[in-house]
Structure formats: C-alpha cells, structure tokens
Design a protein around this ligand. Structure first.
Ligand SMILES: Nc1nc2c(ncn2[C@@H]2O[C@H](COP(=O)(O)OP(=O)(O)OP(=O)(O)O)[C@@H](O)[C@H]2O)c(=O)[nH]1
Ligand SMILES: [Mg+2]
Length: 460
C-alpha cells in the first residue's frame, strides 16, 4: 500500500470557498502533539503561551496559533477524539475555523509544518476500512451518501453504510465456505473417512440468493446514477416548453419561432426518487445552415447517449416525414412518445412509433403531466417490482462481482451434474467466494482499493 497508516494525515474536510465554518481534520498518532502545539484554549493567548489541556470528545473554544511566529491565526472550536472510537479508529482532531479559503489554508499549512502529511483522496475512509471499522461496501456507501441526488438515493446509500448489503453478501459467502472446506478435505484426504456432505444444496441456495440480489440491481443503479433523458423532436413542437413544465420553472427559452434552441441544455429533476437528467435539444430538421447543422449534431449525440427518449410531436398538426425520420433515428431506445399541445384541437390519430407508450400533454397548461411522469417511472423500471427487505445493489462494481459469483456457481453446478472431478467444483466454488469477498473487501487487491478511494475527495 502506498499509504502508510503510521503517518498523521491532515486535510481540509469542507468544500473550498466562502462558508460559515470550515473544518481541518487530522488523523494519526501525532494528532495530540500537533494540536497541543497550535491550539490555545479560551481567550487570545499572550505571545509564546501554549497551554493545552484539551479533554477528549469535547468541543473547545480557543485560538489557533502559528507556533513559528506566535501569531494568532483564527478563533476556532477544536476537538480531539481518542482512538479507537473514531471515524478512522485512530486519534482524530478537528479544527472548526471561519470558513474562508485563507484561514483554512493557513491552518492546513501549519499542521503540515508540525509534521502531518496531506491526506490522499478518501484516506480517512480508507483508514476506517483498513482498521476494520467498516468494510469496502460500507466505505463506498460513504461516497454515495455525499453524492446522493435524491432522498431515495440517500436511503439506499445509508442502508449500504449500515451494512445491509454486506451482511447479505457475507451470509451467502459463509454458506459456501463450509461446502468448499468439505470438498477440499475429501480431495486432499481421499482415504480418510470424511462424512458425506452434499454441496449441491449450498450451491443451489447461493445461486438463488444471488439471482434475487441481482434482480434489484437495475433499480439500485437507477436511484444512484439517475437516468439520462433526451427530449427530441422537430422544431417548435414544444420540447423546451416540456422541459420547463417538468422543471416547473422557466429554464429554457421558448418562442413561436422554429429553431429557438441551439445548444443542448441539461437539468435534473427528482422523479419519485429517480434523478432524471433532462436534456433539451435543438429541433431536428434537414438544414444547410451551419449553426443549425451543428445544433442538430448535438441533438443526435444527446439522443445517442440517452438512456431514455421523450419524443415530442405537435398533436395539433399532422405528423410529417421529419417526424418519421426522427422516429427512425431513435431506433429501439426506450421511448415515450409525447403528443403535445393537447389544449389545441387535435389533428387525429398519430401513427408514429406504434408500439411505444405515449402520453398526451399540454406543456402550456400542464394537463397530462402527472400521467406522463407516471409513464416515465413505469418505463424506467420496466415493470420490475421492488421487493422489500432486500438490499438494493447500486454499484456497478458490486453488480459485476455478483454476476461473476453467480456464473461460478452455475459452473460448479454444471461440473457436479456432469460428474466431473471434485477439483472442478472446488475451483468454481472458490472463484464464487472470492468474487463475493471483493464486494466487502476480504479479497480486494491494492489496485482495487486505489481505484475506489481515488474517486473520493481529499478530506473524506
Ligand atoms: N398551445 C400550445 N402551445 C405550446 C405548447 N407547448 C409549446 N407551445 C408553443 O409552441 C411554440 C414552440 O415552443 P418551444 O417549447 O420553443 O418548442 P421547441 O420544440 O423547443 O422548439 P425549438 O427549440 O425551436 O426546436 C411556443 O410558441 C410555445 O408557446 C402547448 O402545449 N400548447
Ligand atoms: Mg426549444
């Protein structure tokens, strides 16, 4: 590991910018000695004065002093939390200062001068993991909490931090381990009288439980990452009006002139807990105008990258070949056909995208919007029902490991069914156990830890 647990690390743990307060956090064995060299309780100290006397787990009022110059840097609240009942299981210190860039940087720099090292990304949480306070899935949940986009996303992440997913994975793993142990014993000591043990049921049960967990992965991933939704259609059908209606604010420019929207525009809404990233696009038409051509190219890109498409048509006008062309561009993407301008006399049946779901709305009056929103939720979950009590898998890394574990169990089952040597079954079982261990961190490599923690911010 390129990070040593022995260093005392320090970082600014609050975002950089102007804020009410800012926090500098320390973790490691030198925490007390660093704090005692720079924090003076109570009133502004006389020069050279350094009484400490900080009782643990209390917030103390005082001043932060630069020990090299004797200068009082800021008025602060400081705390010292002794190991092991801390975030990192090491001694932790926190200095709450005024939340400006200058005092924060100055205090950080003083701590560095006193022997602390600047923390790497996620290093506090990494220490919590390496010291066994949380497992890897729980550590990842910390990042998900910081980044949660909706309350539902937060609830999923909190469940994971609480160990909901980890317990589930461990339970599956712990049922496979004795099966493997028996297999290995009978392979290694064929002459000995090993009591007969059927590994089949353990494998079968593990398979079922993994399948159950995986059936919830799509839902978990949606709550965590959201759904990119492109609003596509020809000019003037009301795409920007629809964006505004869904956002319930006048975000995009709307005019009666076709070709109003030139650049794509992204906004996120919370749709029943799903972070829905709406992308308004320029109307698609064939054009010789350079700006229009560039705009339309962006619309096509937005369409390509979208998970879901809202194809908007004007219900008061007959559909045109341009609509047909757009429908063809959409291809087999999950699409809701939005027949807009319901407040105007409707032109009749629309033959576009015959097999897709459709919603009739007026972006102008708001009529039909609740039905459209419900249709979107239905499309996103594709008829899947949430099963209560099961933790939601919301991380692609976890999903991948679960899939590999499942594949290995299927292989083990096949090897058994075909009466292959027990060695084959054992190898597959071991692979399944290892894959599950990657999720909670029992079998995670250093490279994997590096990848995971480098996506954290410094100070977390
Ligand atoms: N009556 C009625 N008019 C609407 C409705 N939705 C949009 N409009 C009008 O249609 C015109 C075009 O609306 P926009 O939202 O700018 O359409 P757009 O699809 O974004 O157009 P481009 O950006 O040019 O591609 C505006 O005059 C809107 O007021 C609706 O539901 N009913
Ligand atoms: Mg527009």
């Amino acid at each position: 590991m390129r990070y040593s647990l022995d260093d005392t690390i320090v970082a600014i743990s609050t975002p950089i910018g102007e804020g009410g307060i800012g926090i500098v956090r320390l973790s490691g064995s030198e925490t007390v000695s660093i704090l005692s060299g720079i924090f003076v309780k109570g009133r502004i100290p006389a020069s050279g004065e350094r009484p400490f006397g900080m009782s643990p787990n209390r917030l103390h009022y005082g001043h932060l002093v630069d020990p090299d110059t004797g200068e009082t840097v800021d008025e602060v609240l400081a705390s010292y939390m002794p190991a092991p009942q801390t975030y990192t299981r090491q001694d932790v210190g926190e200095i709450n200062c005024h939340g400006g860039v200058v005092p924060l940087r100055h205090i950080l720099e003083i701590c560095l001068r006193q022997g602390a090292r600047l923390a790497h990304e996620g290093e506090f949480t990494l220490r919590a993991f390496l010291n066994g306070r949380i497992d890897l899935a729980q550590a990842e949940a910390v990042l998900d909490i910081v980044r949660a986009k909706t309350e539902t996303g937060l609830r999923v992440a909190m469940g994971q931090l609480g160990g909901g997913l980890s317990q589930h994975i461990r339970a599956i793993r712990e049922e496979l381990i004795p099966a493997l142990a028996h297999l290995e014993a009978s392979i290694d000591f064929p002459e000995d009288e090993i009591p007969p043990y059927e590994v089949g049921p353990a494998i079968q049960k593990g398979r079922e439980r993994l399948e159950q967990l995986l059936s919830q992965a799509n839902r978990g991933m949606i709550y965590r990452h959201g759904v990119r939704t492109a609003i596509i259609g020809r000019p003037n059908v009301g795409k920007s009006s629809l964006l505004n209606a869904l956002l319930r604010t006048s975000r995009a420019i709307v005019t009666p002139i076709p070709g109003t929207t030139r650049d794509t525009l992204e906004e996120t809404i919370n749709l029943q807990g799903i972070p829905l990233v709406l992308i308004d696009t320029a109307g698609i038409v064939s054009s010789d105008d350079l700006i229009e051509r560039l705009s339309i190219e962006r619309s096509r890109q937005a369409l390509e990258q979208a998970d879901l498409v809202l194809m908007v048509v004007d219900g008061s006008l007959a559909s045109t070949p341009a609509d047909e062309e757009i429908a063809a561009l959409i291809g087999d993407k999950v699409t809701l056909l939005v027949v807009n301008k319901l407040d105007l006399p409707q032109c009749g049946e629309i033959a576009l995208l015959p097999k897709r779901r459709r919603a009739h709305v007026s972006a102008l009056t708001g009529e039909g919007l609740p039905d459209l929103e419900q249709a979107l939720v239905d499309l996103i979950f594709g008829g899947e029902v949430a099963s209560a009590g099961l933790p939601l898998v919301s991380n692609a890394r976890h999903e991948d490991a679960l899939k590999r574990a499942l594949q290995s169990l299927c292989d083990a089952q096949r090897a058994q069914d075909q009466n292959m040597s027990e060695d084959f079954v054992a190898i597959d079982l071991q692979a399944a156990i290892n894959a599950l261990g990657e999720i909670t961190g029992e079998t995670a490599s250093e490279d994997l830890l590096e990848v995971i923690f480098s996506s954290f911010c410094i100070g977390k």
